[in-house]
Write a protein that binds this ligand. Structure first.
Ligand code: SF4
Length: 334
C-alpha cells in the first residue's frame, strides 16, 4: 500500500522583532544647551534679539525662538535696520569685528559663544604670537571657522579640509618650478565638530610637507569632547547591537550630524542624515530590523522623540529606557 504524504505548508521564517536602539550620547551638547539657556532667559517679544546667523542649526528650534522674539539677522547693520536693539553672538562664535560693530551701533550684545569655541579662538591667537601659520581644519564657510580665523587676526591663517585646499604642494627644501613649499612653522587647529580620524589623516599629510629642513609642525586637537563622545557612542552602538540602518537626526546645516552619518557609513552600516520623521523613506526600512538612532549636538529631544515615535508606528519596539537622560551637572573638559 502506498501512503500518500502531504507536504507541510512551508513555515514562514519568523521575523526577528523590529526594534530601535539609541546611542547613549546624542542630541543637544553642553554648549548648545548653554547658548539656548542664555537666549531664552533674555528673550522678550517686546525687546527682540537678533542673533547674527542661525542661533542653532536646527530649523524647528529657530522657529520656536522666532515666536519668542528671537530672529536671525545677517549682520549688525541689518538688525539695526530691522529695528532690533539687541544682537547676539551664536554658540559658533564670531570674529572680533562683531563686538565693535555692536558698540558703534549702540546695540546691546549678548554673547553665547560656546567656551570650547572661545578656547580655539584664544589658541589661534597664541599660535600666531608664537610665529605659526595657522591652518584651521574645517569648512571655510562655517561661522565657527570664520570666527577662529577672525580672532587669529592675521593673513597667515586659512581654512582647509583637504590638502588640495592648501597653497602648498611640495616638501620644504624641495623647490622646483610650479611647486610651493609650506612656511617653516605651521600649526593645525580643528573645527570643534570634525572627525578625529580624518583630522589625523590630514595632519599627517601636511606634516610630511612641513618638517623637512627644520620645519616645525603642531597639531592641536580641538575637536570638542561632546562631539567626540557622540561619535564614540555611535561606534559603541554599532559594535554592541546588530544595527541594519542608522538615522542621524539634525538640521541639514548641522556639520556634526553629517559627521555622525559619515561615521555610520564608514562602519559599514547604511546611514542617513535626516531632519525630521517625514524624511524617512519606506525603502530604507525594507530590510532593517534594528534601526540605530543618533542625533547631532543641535537636535532637541522632542525631534528625536518624534523620529522614535514614527518608527514605533511602523512596528519598531521603542528603546528600553527611552533616550538618554540629561546630566545637568555635566561640564566637558576644556
Ligand atoms: S559642539 Fe562642542 S563646541 Fe560646539 S557648541 Fe557643542 S560643546 Fe560647544
Amino acid at each position: 500500500m502506498v501512503t500518500a504524504t502531504i507536504d507541510a505548508p512551508p513555515q514562514a521564517t519568523p521575523r526577528p522583532q523590529r526594534r530601535i536602539v539609541v546611542a547613549d550620547e546624542l542630541g543637544y551638547c553642553w554648549g548648545v544647551r548653554r547658548a539656548l539657556d542664555i537666549i531664552q532667559d533674555a528673550a522678550n517679544p517686546e525687546d527682540r534679539i537678533a542673533p547674527v546667523g542661525d542661533i542653532i542649526h536646527n530649523p524647528q528650534v529657530v522657529e520656536r525662538l522666532r515666536q519668542r522674539g528671537v530672529e536671525g539677522a545677517g549682520s549688525v547693520a541689518e538688525a539695526v535696520d530691522r529695528g532690533f536693539s539687541r544682537v547676539a553672538i551664536t554658540a559658533h562664535g564670531m570674529g572680533p569685528h562683531l563686538a565693535k560693530e555692536a558698540e558703534a551701533a549702540h546695540v546691546e550684545l549678548i554673547d553665547t559663544t560656546c567656551p570650547l569655541v572661545t578656547k580655539v579662538q584664544r589658541l589661534a591667537q597664541k599660535l600666531v604670537r608664537q610665529g605659526y601659520f595657522i591652518v584651521v581644519y574645517g569648512d571655510a564657510y562655517h561661522p565657527e571657522v570664520r570666527s577662529v580665523i577672525g580672532w587669529a587676526g592675521t593673513s597667515k591663517a586659512l581654512a582647509a579640509k583637504k590638502m588640495a585646499d592648501l597653497p602648498w604642494n611640495a616638501k620644504r627644501g624641495e623647490p622646483s618650478p610650479g611647486k610651493v613649499p609650506p612656511p617653516r612653522k605651521v600649526a593645525v587647529v580643528s573645527q570643534t565638530t570634525k572627525n578625529i580620524d580624518e583630522l589625523m589623516a590630514f595632519a599627517q599629510e601636511l606634516q610630511a610637507l612641513v618638517v623637512p629642513e627644520g620645519g616645525e609642525f603642531r597639531l592641536c586637537n580641538t575637536i570638542c569632547e561632546p562631539t567626540s563622545e557622540r561619535q564614540r557612542a555611535l561606534k559603541r552602538l554599532v559594535e554592541r547591537d546588530e544595527v541594519d540602518l542608522i538615522l542621524a537626526i539634525g538640521g541639514k546645516k548641522s556639520s556634526n550630524t553629517a559627521r555622525l552619518a559619515e561615521v555610520g557609513n564608514k562602519m559599514g552600516v547604511t546611514s542617513y542624515h535626516i531632519e525630521r520623521p517625514e524624511d524617512i523613506e519606506e525603502a530604507w526600512l525594507q530590510d532593517a530590523d534594528t534601526v540605530g538612532v543618533t542625533a547631532g549636538a543641535s537636535t532637541p529631544d522632542d525631534v528625536i522623540e518624534a523620529v522614535v515615535a514614527a518608527l514605533a508606528a511602523k512596528g519598531y519596539a521603542p528603546p528600553e529606557g527611552g533616550i538618554r537622560p540629561v546630566d545637568p551637572d555635566y561640564v566637558p573638559a576644556y
